[in-house]
Design a protein. Structure first.
Length: 450
C-alpha cells in the first residue's frame, strides 16, 4: 500500500509534467530527475516561501548566492577531503555496491548472498578539473553543501554589512554528492538543491538557539500545510553526528518508505570558522564592541533539501476522493450534461505552493466568441496570478487535469456568459461552483487567495 502511493506519485509527476526521468530519451541517467512545467513552479514557490520567511521577513538574516566551485583549500579546511566518506562494499558475485551502514550482514550480499568485499571508504565529493588540462593540480570539487560559501564570506559580510550577533546568512543552491545508494525517486540523488541558514551566535547561546531553530523549522512545514501527523523531530545519537557537529536534530517526514530526514538543524560549534581561519590565515573572529573581546561565534545550521521538501509536499497533498457519481455541469443555461466522476485525484497543495492558482476554460471550443472571451480573461488574470488557459479537452477532463496539479480555482466561460457577463468559478477543495461577474472576478480571486 505504502509503495503503491510512491508509485502513484511518480506516475502523476510524469503524467502531469511535474518531474521526468533525466535524459529519458537516451534510456535515462540513473537517479537524475528533470522538473517539468508544474514541478518548477512548485519548486520555485517552495523556495520563495523559504526565502520570504527566513530572509525577507527577518532583520537578522542576509541572503547570499555563492559559487558552486570553490578553492580546493576550502574542502581541506572543512574536513570534507578527509572525513566526508561513506563505507561501501561490493558483491563479488553480482557486482552490486552497498553502503555498509545499510547492511545487516557485512559479509553477505543482501541480494544474491554472494561474498562481499571488505568495507572500503568512498569519498562522496564529485571531482572535476578547472581549465583545459586534466592534471591533479587543477582538480577541484563540486560543493557537497552550500554552507561553505557562507563561511568563507564571513569576513566580507562583517566588513560590508557590520551585523551584530546573533545574525545569519542564508542561501539556496545546488549541491552534489556521489551517493553510493541514491533512490526513492527524488529523496536521495547525486545532484540536489539545499536551503541552508548559517546562524552565528555567542557560544553560550548555542544550545538555546538550536532549540529555537528546530521549532521554527518544524513550524514552517506546518504553516505550509503539511499534516502534523506526518512530521516529527528526532535527536541524533553521538555516533550519527557529522564530523563538524556537536549536536543535531532532524525534522523527519513520514514518507511511504518510512520516517526519514527532511531537514537537519545542527550545532556546528566554532569548527568551521576556526578551520577556515587556520587554513586561510585570515582572522575570522568576531569583535564584540560592548564586551571589548574577540571570539569565534558558534554556528547553528538549519539545512533542508528543496527536492526532498517538494517530494514530501506532493505526498502529503495527494488525495483520492470518492465523488458523486454524477456532477452536473451547465452548458448553456438550459441544457445540462452529466459527467461521470467516481474517484478524483486531487493535490491539496496550499495556496502558496500550488503551481497554478487559476485555470480558465471555454466551455465550448467551437464557439469563437466564447474562446476569445476566455482567452481575454486569462490574459487579464495572468497579470496578477499564476494562471493558465486550457481548451484541449472536455470540461470534465479539464477539471480532472487541474485537480491533479492542485489548481485552486477553475473559471469557465459559457454561452450564458455572453449575455450576463458572469463566469462559473469552481473551488478545488469543495468543488462548489459560484457565478461571478467578470468585472468582479479579479477581486474575488484576490480575496480567496490572500
Ligand atoms: N550543511 C549541512 C548538510 O549538508 P545534510 O544533513 O547532509 O547537512 C541537509 O543535508 C539536507 O540536504 C538534508 O536534510 C536533505 O534534505 C538534503 N540532502 C542531503 N543529501 C541529499 C541527497 N543526496 N539528495 C537529496 N537531498 C539531500
Amino acid at each position: 500500500m505504502a509503495e503503491n502511493l510512491m508509485d502513484k506519485i511518480v506516475s502523476l509527476c510524469k503524467r502531469r509534467g511535474f518531474i521526468f526521468q533525466g535524459s529519458e530519451i537516451y534510456g535515462g541517467l540513473a537517479n537524475t530527475w528533470d522538473y517539468g512545467p508544474y514541478g518548477v513552479e512548485l519548486k520555485n514557490n517552495l523556495k520563495r516561501a523559504w526565502w520570504k520567511t527566513n530572509v525577507q521577513e527577518r532583520n537578522d538574516i542576509l541572503g547570499m548566492d555563492c559559487a558552486i566551485l570553490m578553492h580546493p583549500g576550502v574542502w581541506e579546511a572543512s574536513g570534507h577531503v578527509h572525513n566526508f566518506f561513506d563505507l561501501k562494499s561490493d558483491c563479488k558475485n553480482c557486482k552490486k555496491r552497498f553502503k555498509s551502514a545499510d547492511l545487516k550482514d557485512t559479509a553477505k550480499c543482501p541480494e544474491c548472498s554472494g561474498e562481499l568485499t571488505k568495507a572500503r571508504p568512498f569519498n562522496l565529493m564529485f571531482k572535476t578539473y578547472q581549465g583545459p588540462v586534466e592534471e591533479t593540480g587543477n582538480q577541484i570539487h563540486l560543493r557537497p553543501e552550500t554552507a561553505q560559501g557562507m563561511f568563507v564570506n564571513f569576513l566580507n559580510i562583517l566588513d560590508s554589512r557590520h551585523p551584530k550577533l546573533p545574525f545569519g546568512l542564508a542561501q539556496i543552491g545546488k549541491s552534489f554528492r556521489n551517493e553510493i545508494t541514491p533512490g526513492n525517486f527524488t529523496f536521495r540523488t547525486r545532484e540536489f538543491e539545499q536551503m541552508e541558514i548559517e546562524y552565528f551566535v555567542k557560544p553560550q547561546d548555542a544550545d538555546q538557539a538550536l532549540e529555537e531553530w528546530i521549532q521554527l523549522r518544524f513550524d514552517w512545514y506546518l504553516a505550509l500545510g503539511m499534516k502534523s501527523q506526518n512530521l516529527r523531530k528526532r535527536q541524533h545519537g553521538k555516533d550519527e553526528l557529522a564530523h563538524y557537529a556537536h549536536a543535531c536534530m532532524d525534522v523527519e517526514y513520514n514518507f511511504p518508505f518510512g520516517w526519514a530526514e527532511l531537514e537537519g538543524v545542527a550545532n556546528r560549534s566554532d569548527f568551521d570558522l576556526k578551520q577556515h581561519a587556520q587554513y586561510s590565515g585570515k582572522d575570522l573572529q568576531y569583535y564584540d564592541d560592548t564586551a571589548k573581546e574577540k571570539f569565534y561565534p558558534y554556528i547553528i545550521e538549519p539545512s533542508g533539501g528543496v527536492d526532498r521538501a517538494v517530494l514530501a509536499f506532493l505526498i502529503d497533498a495527494y488525495q483520492e476522493e470518492q465523488v458523486n457519481p454524477s456532477t452536473r455541469l451547465r452548458i448553456d443555461g438550459e441544457q445540462s450534461r452529466t459527467i461521470k466522476e467516481d474517484t478524483r485525484v486531487v493535490l491539496k497543495l496550499n495556496k502558496e505552493l500550488a503551481p497554478v492558482k487559476v485555470a480558465i476554460f471555454p466551455l465550448l471550443r467551437n464557439r469563437p466568441e466564447i474562446v476569445e472571451l476566455a482567452k481575454k480573461i486569462s490574459r487579464d488574470l495572468k497579470k496578477s496570478f499564476a494562471a493558465i488557459y486550457d481548451d484541449t479537452g472536455s470540461i470534465g477532463k479539464l477539471y480532472r487535469r487541474q485537480d491533479e496539479v492542485g489548481t485552486l480555482y477553475c473559471v469557465t466561460v459559457d454561452v450564458q456568459t455572453l449575455e450576463d457577463k458572469q463566469v462559473t468559478v469552481r473551488d478545488r477543495d469543495s468543488m462548489q461552483q459560484v457565478r461571478i461577474s467578470i468585472d468582479k472576478l479579479k477581486e474575488y480571486l484576490v480575496n480567496q487567495l490572500s
